[in-house]
Write a protein that binds this ligand. Structure first.
Ligand code: BTN
Length: 267
């Protein structure tokens, strides 16, 4: 795989296993001792984690990888008074790179569904889970966990997600070369991450919106973190420079939402 990479540091160190509980947990436990950009990968995960405490089903054929990033070692973030990178915004950057890598290597119309799911034909094929590690005596690390239903047999996904999820293999009708897709993701993520560290999300917003799902559509934003059934309806207008979703609500006001689950409103 390294032969296909064009990166300077992402994926130059790889920790590969056949099976693990979660590559994000492996990266959190061992990432500090590894170089910036190390990728932890596994063929399967027995305890794959999704966002907001969900599980990420991880059968054979998928891509399960977690990238260790050390933003405080980067020359562009070396000043100690700079704030830590905005994790939700970074995960949007990662989702954008996965979507464009899928588009460029398979020709499928992959779209990023805010904040960081990747959909093809309305079905989820990839998800991102970014986590921070705060070691007591070293600068924080960021773990970017990426799961892609690449060559997964959809029958091996849990029944409850089968309708909403799919795999690249099912959508294309053939297997894909996973090493090519992993290299394409890392090749796109390295420059996007560097740009994000030095200039924030602003220079990337336009490109992200170009491959975003539901722009201009009537949507419902559900507040998934609260126990109430809080939700906002509106027209999805895009994302702002902090990575928030912009919703035009009835009356015309545009509100910025920082967390939630976006779905199309059936009308
Ligand atoms: C989501 O859509 O909820 C996020 C899914 C993230 C899954 C990836 S697979 C590699 C890494 N290890 C994990 O346990 N989770 C992430």
């Amino acid at each position: 795989m390294k032969r296909r990479l064009h990166t300077e540091f992402l994926g130059r160190s790889i920790v590969y296993t056949q099976s693990t509980s979660s590559t994000n947990d492996d990266a959190k436990a061992a990432g500090l001792a590894r170089p910036d950009g190390t990728v932890f990968m596994s063929e399967v995960q027995t305890g794959g984690k999704g966002r907001i405490g969900r599980r990420w089903s991880s059968p054979f054929g998928g891509i399960y990888m977690s990238i260790v990033l050390k933003p405080f070692l980067s020359p562009s973030l070396a000043a100690p008074d700079l704030p830590a990178p905005n994790l939700p915004a970074l995960s949007i950057v990662a989702g954008y790179c996965v979507a464009t890598a899928i588009r460029d290597t398979t020709g499928l119309d992959a779209r990023i569904k805010w904040p960081n799911d990747v959909l093809v034909e309305g079905r989820k094929v990839s998800g991102i889970l970014c986590e921070a590690v705060l070691p007591p005596d070293a600068p924080p690390l960021v773990i970017v966990g990426i799961g892609v239903n690449a060559n997964v047999d959809v029958e091996n996904l849990p029944e409850e997600v089968r309708g909403a999820a799919s795999s690249l293999r099912a959508l294309l009708g053939r297997r894909i070369d996973r090493a090519t897709l992993v290299s394409a993701i890392l090749d796109r993520l390295e420059p996007a991450y560097q740009e994000f560290l030095s200039r924030g999300l602003s220079p990337l917003v336009r490109r992200i919106e170009d491959v975003a799902a539901f722009i201009g559509d009537a949507v419902i934003m559900r507040n998934v973190t609260s126990s109430s059934s809080d939700s906002t309806q509106g027209i999805f207008r895009g994302i702002d420079e902090r990575g928030r979703a912009l919703l035009e609500v009835p009356g015309g006001e545009v509100v910025a939402v920082s967390a939630g689950d976006l779905t199309l409103r059936r009308i």
